[in-house]
Ligand binder design. Structure first.
Ligand SMILES: [Mn+2]
Length: 441
């Protein structure tokens, strides 16, 4: 949860974003609902996480809430936040609610109301509009209500109201906004990346005394929690050949001295995600084979980072990293042929089978596309935040030279695209020398 001072900054940003959305839409009625609490088992829930779009526009973190915006001529004509009313008995069990009265002041929203009035306010405000903006398919109950409204309007159009002309996906506008991070978001992403990096430092320090992946994970998560963060996704703590399973998450295998440990984890701070990967030796010292593979991935990451600047495309970044990885695989004897044929035949894909990175923001795989609708590469623009994460995963298979079998290495950093180039937001030890020094520190 954001502190009071931080909350105020987030709130003023959300107010500005609602105004921006109104400008983009022109005329229409926007309906966004908070995510439902997710049941974990029987009567226990997962920790509550608001829907990213709803949070982006409200900064509000309670379930059973909704935002209604009536937009006319590019301005907000009416804005209403609906939330749970105060209830002493329920709050005694489940914690304090903000309630509509305080929400109005703290969230700087013109009107607030108890969520029990949702249906009546919805039909009230919707009657003034013929374009509806929502996230179809994310809230089945709301979808059903909107379809009823649409069919009722058509059936009763003898009076002055026109039928609903369009049910629009508001993500088209919100994704375009979320893709370019504003100042407040950049601050929070910077912090999320810093806490993520600190978690990795703690994990590296813990590895020498860890007999099992779970102990490394515990050190990582302790660092996140003590910095006021959660994890943005289930951490990957993969020792030995488990590192070759891209989304490994069992995190319960023994850590052996001869293993490399791959940790892919990110802190979530005030809703914003970090996503950092480091790979380090359990013994504190890379073997020769591990060092060879590691240095290839590191070189590929360096190349890709150099290519991060406005105007460059994802494929340009991908190509420079892939070329370095492919050349490395040839040098290791794992790919046969010239660099040209290895790239052309995609032979490297046996060892590198994912993409170079993704957008990062409120979601770890954040909104935004690598290509536009026409299939053309979208160039990077200042204000985007991306990950850069090449890797090599050498299977434990008979045709592979024994020392290389089961080595998995990925190196991932979080990067802000700036006007002149980039700013790397994450900063855990990355060269072999720095990693070994830190582990022994
Ligand atoms: Mn990632």
């Amino acid at each position: 949860m954001p502190s009071a001072a931080l909350g105020a900054i987030i709130v003023s940003a959300t107010r500005r974003r609602r105004t921006q959305l109104a400008k983009r839409i022109g005329d229409g009625f926007v309906i966004l609902t908070a995510a439902a609490a997710a049941c974990r088992s029987r009567d226990t829930n997962y920790p509550y996480r608001p829907d990213s779009y709803f949070y982006y526009l409200t900064g509000f973190v309670e379930p059973q809430s909704a935002l209604l915006l009536s937009v006319k001529a590019g301005r907000i004509a009416r804005e209403i936040l609906l939330c749970r009313g105060r209830d002493r008995r329920t709050e005694q069990w489940n914690g304090e609610r903000l309630g509509p009265l305080r929400a109005r002041r703290q969230l700087q929203i013109e009107e607030t109301a108890d969520i029990m009035y949702f249906d009546s306010l919805l039909s009230d405000v919707v009657s003034e509009h013929d374009h509806l903006y929502c996230l179809p398919g994310t809230d089945a109950a709301l979808d059903a209500k909107l379809i009823t409204i649409i069919s009722n309007r058509r059936a009763h159009n003898r009076d002055s109201t026109t039928p609903i002309q369009a049910l629009c996906d508001v993500s088209l506008h919100l994704d375009a906004m979320r893709l370019i991070k504003d100042t407040e978001e950049i601050e929070l992403l910077r912090k999320a990346a810093q806490i993520s990096s600190d978690g990795h430092r703690a994990a590296m320090r813990a590895v020498r005394y860890s007999k099992n992946e779970m102990q490394v994970e515990a050190a990582l998560v302790a660092a996140f929690r003590s910095a006021g963060a959660h994890y943005a996704f289930e951490p990957i703590v993969a020792s030995g050949k488990n590192a070759c399973t891209l989304h490994y998450c069992a995190n319960n295998a023994p850590v052996r001295q001869r293993h490399l440990v791959l940790v892919d984890a990110g802190a979530e701070y005030c809703g914003y995600a970090g996503d950092v990967t480091r790979t380090f030796p359990a013994s504190g010292k890379f073997t020769e084979a591990q060092a060879d593979v590691y240095d290839i991935v590191l070189a590929a990451q360096k190349k890709a980072l150099t290519a991060i600047k406005p105007g460059n495309t994802w494929s340009a970044i991908e190509n420079t990293a892939t070329r370095t990885l492919a050349q490395g695989l040839i040098d290791l004897g794992l790919c046969k042929g010239t660099i040209k044929t290895v790239l052309k035949k995609s032979n490297y894909q046996r060892f590198y089978m994912h993409r170079i990175g993704h957008f990062l923001g409120l979601d770890v795989h954040d909104v935004g596309r690598h290509k536009n609708i026409a299939g053309k590469q979208e160039p990077l623009r200042a204000g985007m935040v991306v990950t850069v994460e090449p890797g090599l995963y050498i299977p434990d298979e008979p045709d592979i030279p024994a020392p290389l079998r089961g080595i998995g290495v990925r190196i991932e950093d979080d990067v802000l695209v700036t006007d002149n180039g980039k700013e790397v937001l994450s900063g855990a030890p990355k060269t072999r020398t720095d990693i070994e020094a830190w582990i022994h520190g």
